[in-house]
Write a protein that binds this ligand. Structure first.
Ligand code: FEO
Length: 167
């Protein structure tokens, strides 16, 4: 069954959300590089790659359903932050926004009785639970570290192992 126009539009919007998230994480990676926090920067790189993969999955799905991908503009992301804690507060906010966006597409797929899109989106719904949990956990760890530079460096080392199979 060919993709309905309303679902196609919503999925294209979601591709844009995922690309915007990737761009935001790229800006956060740059900020951490400037702070010489290479582990945090690595974490952001892996996160950005995940967002690009999310966009790619929806991109492929639109094509699988005979739809048309239409790419919109991606705004420049926030690039200045006051602290690592502020970066992760922004990351959590971004993920909550993305969860809301995915839920809206799912709502539409329910309304339009598009079962295939509902099924495809279930993976994203579960993934968002993980993403929100992870950024919130790091916020809590940063709260614990407070102004302690040694604790921050330990956290930097821990986050730097992401993507190596150890983090
Ligand atoms: Fe693709 Fe972080 O959600």
């Amino acid at each position: 069954m060919k993709l309905q126009a309303s679902i196609e539009t919503a999925l294209n919007r979601q591709i844009n959300h995922e690309m915007a998230a990737a761009y935001s994480y790229l800006a956060m990676e740059a900020w951490f590089e400037q702070q010489n926090l290479a582990g945090f920067a690595t974490w952001m790189r892996v996160q950005r790659e995940e967002e690009l993969e999310h966009a790619r999955l929806i991109f492929s799905y639109v094509h699988d359903r005979g739809g048309k991908v239409t790419l919109g503009a991606v705004d420049g992301p926030q690039g200045e932050f006051g602290s690592p804690r502020e970066v992760f507060a922004r990351a959590s906010e971004l993920e909550r926004g993305n969860t809301k966006a995915i839920h809206e597409v799912y709502e539409l797929a329910l309304k339009e009785k598009d079962y295939a899109t509902q099924s495809m989106l279930k993976w994203f719904i579960d993934e968002q639970v993980e993403e929100e949990k992870t950024t919130t956990e790091i916020e809590a760890l940063l709260d614990m570290a407070g102004d302690n530079r040694s604790a921050l460096l330990l956290l930097d080392a821990k986050l730097g192992s992401r993507g190596t199979g150890e983090g």
